[in-house]
Ligand binder design. Sequence first.
Ligand SMILES: [Zn+2]
Length: 269
Amino acid sequence: MTNCFSIPSALQLNAIPAFNDNYIWVLHNTEQAVVVDPGDAQPVLAFLAQHQLQLTTILITHHHKDHVGGISQLLQHWPATTVYGPAQESIPLRTQAVHDQDKIQLAALGCELEVLSVPGHTAGHVAYFGRSDQGEPFLFCGDTLFSGGCGRLFEGTATQMLASLNKLTALPPQTLVCCAHEYTLSNLNWALEVEPNNSDLHDYYQQAAALRAAQQPTLPSTIGLELRINPFLRTHIPAVQLSASNYCSGRASNDSEVFAQLREWKNNA
Ligand SMILES: [Zn+2]
């Protein structure tokens, strides 16, 4: 018998640290959990046990080992778990292949996710955008967008990645950005070279440095913050264009070329 008067518990979002600098995000209420990109099962199993949670869903953004390595062991403990992953990539033990604009109902958590195709870091990379039962928007973006940076172009072009990032920056500015790596401070050190006169960037660096000194994650970020401080989202800003052209000794003729110059610079930073 269902209880029609039950009120959904408020959702919680946690970042489980894994390996050197990965985060495995967990979205959960008091009973059930969804995990994103579990590269390692052990820290996830420990978190689920500690909070007495049942794993129902795994969301995979792309095929890299540090994002999929824990799936098999998690399924041994939770065989009924649904594993969502991009249709265009080979994802171990995937049970649901997802495409751009697919909707995923997380009934137990009272929320719906939308799949966004964001190629660039890998060819089939997807992100998952959702809203909590309180209406708060959040994004699991894997290795596409980092705070102060973006993923390397392993399988895609600068034009593809810029289009993918533009899709993410069109989301509401208060969207919580749940990135898969703690790269923030090194990204911001580089971003300060690109835009030394950006006062928002200086302020954010101080906040991020304080969080890391206290061994706290700098994430989630927000889309609104990233638009103010992330050079890869600021290819339209003259100061960013000038720095990029100085580094590469050549003027870019469009935003994709500015993006490619920035990516080259960051790869060598
Ligand atoms: Zn990756």
